[in-house]
Write a protein that binds this ligand. Sequence first.
Ligand SMILES: Cc1cc2nc3c(=O)[nH]c(=O)nc-3n(C[C@H](O)[C@H](O)[C@H](O)COP(=O)(O)OP(=O)(O)OC[C@H]3O[C@@H](n4cnc5c(N)ncnc54)[C@H](O)[C@@H]3O)c2cc1C
Length: 239
Amino acid sequence: MTENVAVVGGGPAGLTAAIYTARAGLDTTVYDAGEPILARNAHLENVPGFPAGVNARTFLDATRQQAEEAGVEFVEANVERVEEADDEFRVETDAAGAATADFVVAASWPDITYLDGFELSRIDRGSKTMLDVDEFGRTDVDGVYAAGRVARQYHQTVVAAGHGATVGLTVVEDSDVAFYHDWVAPEGYFTGRDRDVPPGCEEIDEDERRERERESLEALAALSPAEPPTMHPSVADDD
Ligand SMILES: Cc1cc2nc3c(=O)[nH]c(=O)nc-3n(C[C@H](O)[C@H](O)[C@H](O)COP(=O)(O)OP(=O)(O)OC[C@H]3O[C@@H](n4cnc5c(N)ncnc54)[C@H](O)[C@@H]3O)c2cc1C
């Protein structure tokens, strides 16, 4: 049976971790009923690939769309508790019942209370608590990982997303999936050297490359202006 991954939190870290685990063939579910803190940004100007910046909510929508394309399932619920059950984890939510998972990725800045049942090294930073992880995102508990700001990464979108990628790849490495790299290469790149296409990699011919390029440009052109930023909850509403 395919191993499955529960990603708690659908911000840049969780979405990116989920894209990697789903593309590697793991059944991946992202739980989130709230809003990434990035939705408070007014204009995102330091993410590579956007010369004039990008609306942060557009960026989040596009990343979520990319995760859906990769096969990620989304559950609109907050995770209230994770506990060990036999060889897997039981993930309890407030609005969608419970499910089991082989791997849990905490990408849920700023909440980690649902992990209170585990002996995990934590770092207190003022009113916030973060999880102590190794360089690959593993916590003290086998099968539980943390990504992004909740894992004490710099408070920046690309750092959170990049850390999500690292953690996603660590989960893949710890799973039964055979994996080399998540690469798309031109036809013949491996096979032209009498090598098999390594697991996780793909070779595509020129027609397929043109088709994917056309689809990618269409998807970019379809991006439209998004909602204005969400204000910090402590700022008074004038209405
Ligand atoms: C005003 C403002 C402006 C910013 N501007 C920039 C900028 O210009 N450039 C830049 O690089 N960065 C900027 N940032 C920082 C950036 O937004 C964060 O560093 C980044 O979003 C962190 O990503 P993350 O995935 O770790 O956390 P988040 O984006 O906060 O995502 C965490 C997700 O977890 C969910 N969650 C929490 N608890 C649970 C639970 N129990 N169950 C399920 N889901 C849960 C939340 O709903 C949330 O969606 C800004 C931040 C703010 C506040």
